[in-house]
Design a protein around this ligand. Structure first.
Ligand SMILES: [Zn+2]
Length: 364
């Protein structure tokens, strides 16, 4: 005998929240028509987002870098492991893949990780760990290694809650705990403190750029950031807020908030910034990257695009395109559309990065 009774009608909150989204959402999108007005809006919007993300609560400190491991891999790639102090008593392990062969460039990329790949282990291509190898196969998750094989030094950090930065709840050696992250728990800890996971991750990547500048080994005029899924989210926010990123590749993370994170509300808590929807949609945030070169990669059947599929992506790209038009850069954002569900596709990426680098060198 059943211990419950069937419910034939539910009284949920979504219709009401959608109504409010229409009424109050996206109040601070760019409404001007000139480059000067855009630059003013860009500055003000960065200040607004700095507050919403809680970036103003982050505490600076000496990076105190410790190189704890140095391994020579095949293909002439050296993998260093460095621990950086990103805030006082808050440490970020980073794998740095450094090509040393004849194809090595003096250019570098940040390659932040997404969910379900054990943080830096999948991005840096740890095929020797079987659970990580499966995650790499599933999403082509080893994009840090892809970059290193193309000659770039790739910085593959554990973002907060991932890999060696897992918080108390997942500190055990089960495969599931190893692959997954505590960003969900971290959101609970952060938000009541006036912070956000996105703010923490953005801050940490800014500190990683500080470290790249300190080492002085790379040509920062071409400093790139590339990420898929949650790594795409971090690439979006970092590039929007830090102009030291000169070109970026965002895969599997560019769509309208209404369909993809309000109607679809089962995504991880690390996606959510209190108060954000009232101000901006995702395309507005991505517009802050203008006029720097950017490549967006989308999969046609990515369930995260929401019920309207690619339309929900293209609408946001149009918002971005209007910003780039003000700088006479209609060719951006580049858009690489692939078939299938949520996945990174390396195929055309190195060639499109070369195209963006060529554009930068022509401008300088
Ligand atoms: Zn998360």
């Amino acid at each position: 005998m059943s211990r419950t009774i069937p419910i034939d009608r539910f009284y949920g909150s979504l219709p009401n929240l959608l109504r409010k989204y229409e009424k109050y959402g996206r109040q601070d999108y760019f409404k001007g028509t000139t480059r000067e007005q855009f630059l003013k809006w860009q500055k003000e919007t960065r200040t607004l987002l700095t507050g919403l993300l809680g970036l103003d609560k982050m505490e600076s400190c000496p990076l105190d870098p410790q190189v704890v491991e140095r391994v020579e891999l095949e293909d002439g790639i050296v993998r260093e492991k460095v621990i950086l102090q990103v805030e006082p008593e808050c440490y970020m392990p980073v794998y740095i893949l450094i090509p040393t062969g004849s194809g090595a460039k003096n250019r570098c990329f940040l390659a932040p990780p997404g969910h379900q790949g054990a943080g830096k282990y999948s991005v840096a291509g740890r095929w020797d760990i079987p659970a990580v190898a499966d995650a790499i196969r599933r999403y082509n998750y080893d994009y840090g290694m892809m970059l290193a094989k193309a000659g770039y030094t790739a910085f593959c950090p554990d973002c907060r809650g991932f890999g060696e930065r897992r918080d108390e709840g997942l500190r055990n050696d089960s495969e599931s705990s190893f692959l997954n992250s505590t960003c969900y728990n971290l959101a609970h800890m952060a938000e009541a403190m006036g912070e956000t996971v996105i703010g923490m991750c953005t801050w940490d990547l800014m500190r990683l750029i500080d470290y790249i500048y300190d080492r002085g080994q790379w040509d920062t005029r071409y400093l790139g950031c590339l990420g898929f899924s949650g790594g795409g989210m971090q690439t979006l926010w970092l590039s929007a807020l830090d102009e030291r990123v000169k070109l970026c590749v965002i895969s599997g993370y560019l769509y309208g908030y209404r369909d993809s994170l309000l109607k679809l509300h089962g995504n991880c808590s690390c996606n959510y910034v209190p108060g954000l929807y009232e101000h901006l949609d995702m395309g507005d945030i991505a517009s802050l990257i203008a006029p720097r070169p950017v490549l967006i990669q989308s999969c046609r059947d990515d369930h995260l695009n929401g019920e309207r599929g690619l339309i929900n992506v293209v609408e946001q790209l149009e918002i971005m395109r209007r910003a780039y038009q003000l700088f006479d850069r209609e060719q951006f954002p580049l858009h690489d559309v692939r078939e299938g569900d949520h996945c990174f596709h390396p195929d055309a990426v190195p060639q499109m990065i070369a195209q963006m680098e060529q554009f930068i060198s022509e401008q300088s």
